[in-house]
Every structure is written in C-alpha cells, then in structure tokens.
Write a protein that binds this ligand. Sequence first.
Ligand code: HSE
Length: 302
Amino acid sequence: MSLRFKVRVPATSANIGVGYDCLGLALDYLLELEVEESDKIEFLENGKPFSIPIEDNYIFEAIKFTEKYLVKNLPSYKVNIIRNDIPLARGLGSSSSAIVAGILIANTFAGNPLSIDKIAELAIKMEGHPDNVVPAIFGGMVLTAHDKENIVYSTISDTEELCFYVMIPDFKLSTERARSVLPKSYLVSDAINNMSKLGLLVNAFNKKDYSNLRFLLGDKIHQPYRFALINNSEKIFAASKEYGALGEYISGAGPTLISLNYDNDEFLENMKQMLDTLEDKWTIEKKKLNLKGAEVYDEEIF
Ligand code: HSE
C-alpha cells in the first residue's frame, strides 16, 4: 500500500512595520505539491527535474529534520511542485513555506503524529523566524513570542476589507544581508516607539480602525536601515501615500514592499504607472490575506 497526497502552503509577509520578528501574515501566493511514495527520492517541477539542487532544497531538509525528530524511517518519495508563485529571496517567506511543506510531508508519511503546535515548534527551530513560519501554518495574521522554553502565538483578525498591494522588484535581497545592516543595540526611545505602536497596530487590526495605520506602521528598528538596500523604496512609499493608501511597509526582510489600502483599482493603476517609470522592473498585485494556512489534502492510499 502506498500513499499519495497534496500539500498547499501560502506565502508570508513578516514584520508588518513595527512587528519586527514577531508579527506576520499569510498571503494568497501558493506553493503546491503532489507527493507520493516512490522507489527513490525525487523532486520535480511540473514533471521536470527540479532546478534547485537537493542540498539547497528546504523541502528536502525539512523532511529529513522531521524524520530525525520522529526517529522514524520514512519511505522514499516523489515530490512534484505543481505550483509555486512565491518568488525566492523577495521577503515573501519562500523558505518558510518550503520548510512547512517538508514538515507536513514527513508528518503525513509518519501517520500524523505531530500536533499543529509541534509542527509550528519544529518550523521555528528550523527557520528561526516565527513571524515567517507561523502564519504559513495557521493562515491569517499572527503575533508570536518565543524563548528557549516557550512559544506563544495568537491569530489577530481577518482584515477582510483590507487589500495588500504587493510590489515585487526584479532584484533579490537575502535575509542575511538585510539583517547585517541592523544595529546591535537601540535607543530605549526607539524600542518604546515600536512597542507602543505594535500594541496599537494590533488593536487597530482587531477593531478594523485604520485611521492611524501609517503612523502605527512607522518602525524604528529595521526599516530605516533597510531602505538603502531597496532602490527607490522611499520614493515608492511616498507615491503610495500620495495616491491615498492607508500605509505601507517592507515585507519581511525586503525587497518586496506592501501598501495597505481598501479595494481600489485606481490606486493599483496609479502605482503601476509610477513603478513603470523606475529603472528596476517592479510588478504590483492586489492580494488578500490567506486564511486557510497550510493544508494536506486529497490524501489517498493506492
Ligand atoms: N523578521 C525577519 C526579518 C524576517 O525581517 O529579518 C526574515 O525572513
């Protein structure tokens, strides 16, 4: 008897301005895989050999990591990536989604011994950034706190009337590089600025009161240091403000930028035209929060 199933994991957008390393959300970009038992380990992309070498393949790493944690020998498998609209190294959590997919694959082959909390714990251990992995698992917007012994998270709200205008450039920025420019210590006043705004930002999302959104997104911990790594980012933020968005932030470690606004095609068009005037190539898409999170579906025994 062999097992066949599909796995679907959304992209994530971490930080949301003032929530550096603790607030994140899932967005409707998807990584979708078909998985089945096979006589050898194989990764394909729409039936063709996968372009990423196995040693750089986070799905494979996460399967091995979970297998080791479970102390179980899993069968060999074939993973076929049937959809991946999460661009690499753009601040949309592509590695988190791959890691979550790998843990779910191992868990399914092992007969589902892991609770969702344990899946989150393993994913945080592997990826290191809970604001990236936890929303990929649960969906929605999630606030997280953790130390060596504890992990606490809470889903915030569905923000149903908010749209995320996701602006992705054609250049990459690694998380490592985007973290290397951050200071080792901060002024107490900057820490207090972020703490107070984060509390009010979460409250604003819960109450769906977006009147002070731009002020509340105004971070002093990471964004000011990262703007210089993202060509034209401040110009794009200024245009977004001019065209009437509610606020904007750098998605994860960048370089993707996100404007928050209601559903507004005129805003989308104005931003598209503005982005077209820049030297780098930028795309813009209107997205909603992904509320489903990671899913294993169409499981069958053959
Ligand atoms: N919170 C992390 C950062 C996300 O901004 O560096 C990176 O994936």
